[in-house]
Design a protein around this ligand. Sequence first.
Ligand code: NI
Length: 388
Amino acid sequence: MTIDPRILSLKDEVTAWRRDFHENPELLYDVHRTARIVAERLRAFGCDEVVEGIGKTGVIGVIHGRKGAGGKVVGLRADMDALPIEEETNLPHRSKTPGKMHACGHDGHTSMLLGAAKHLAATREFDGTVILIFQPAEEGGAGGRAMVEDGMMDRWNIAEVYGMHNMPGMKPGSISIRRGPIMAAADEFTIEIEGVGAHAAAPHLGIDPILIGSHVVCALQSIASRNADPLKSVVVSTTMFHAGTAFNIIPSRATLTGTVRTLDPAMRDMAETRLRTVAEGTAKMFGASARVTYTRGYPATINDEASTDHAVNIARSLFGEAMVDDNVAPMMGGEDFSFMLQERPGAYAFIGNGDTAGLHHPAYDFNDEILPYGIQFFTGIAKARTAA
Ligand code: NI
């Protein structure tokens, strides 16, 4: 395993940055403090260009290699936002803001990319140009899409993009990745069932939306078990069921809400079509009606095959065979780096966070020991891919 000693020497400094971000979590697009510090640091490192306000509060840093402007342009991306969770750790650097916490480790991602920026700007041991992409609002606000829609890819002529997310339960600093889909499309549905209210003792005078809603919840499970190819993944989860006001009244309507997760676009189309048909058909069968609202969220995060192979080879050469899994199982969570991968070839990897509480858990803790690995991986990609 080879971590550049110059990168190792950054560890204490980057750890201090990470813990400062951790103490000061910000949500969605409201990452003003974080973005300001990121931009200030990028300028202090000597980046050739620093632009704030891309995708509302995103920040772009530009570093030209040894040959100056021109050459191949490679984007490296980190996310900056935290979560609306009350932190339940007793760490000295725990969140200072009640109800907000960096429970997904984006403080670590931002710090690793800053560390990579410092190293790349100081050494310039690469050809081409590296674009550092710091995005807001990964946690549900589609900040990645906002940056893409602001024209980031064309403005800086980005040819490839790479992103990384820490993963609890995986060996610290190890890299796990796969070709094709690695994170799921995350869609949301609401089903409003319109029945007829009645006295609970006279059900024959009404059309009970609770009974019908219960049938809908069960019938939706046929999408995964009967409609989906058993070798392909789909999750349909009904997560809210609201109806009624009293024990002796059959209400007139019920509302179901939930999520659909898929890894490939054809499955996503199938699941949406079936969900509408099953919900509307089940309601109709009982004499009620259902109004379905299906909202497509983040698309699946689909790794380009060639870019994934490059990332695997770079990780293996840096950390050794045993530290790299090139066929990790996909996860059914969503990730808005997907919007960047829709625009350009690239890849998204997990970096092991060790035996810590899971992502989005109030006791989650980013493992600072992995900072040098992440910096090394980012800089390794930057050097190899700008030369390609
Ligand atoms: Ni995250």
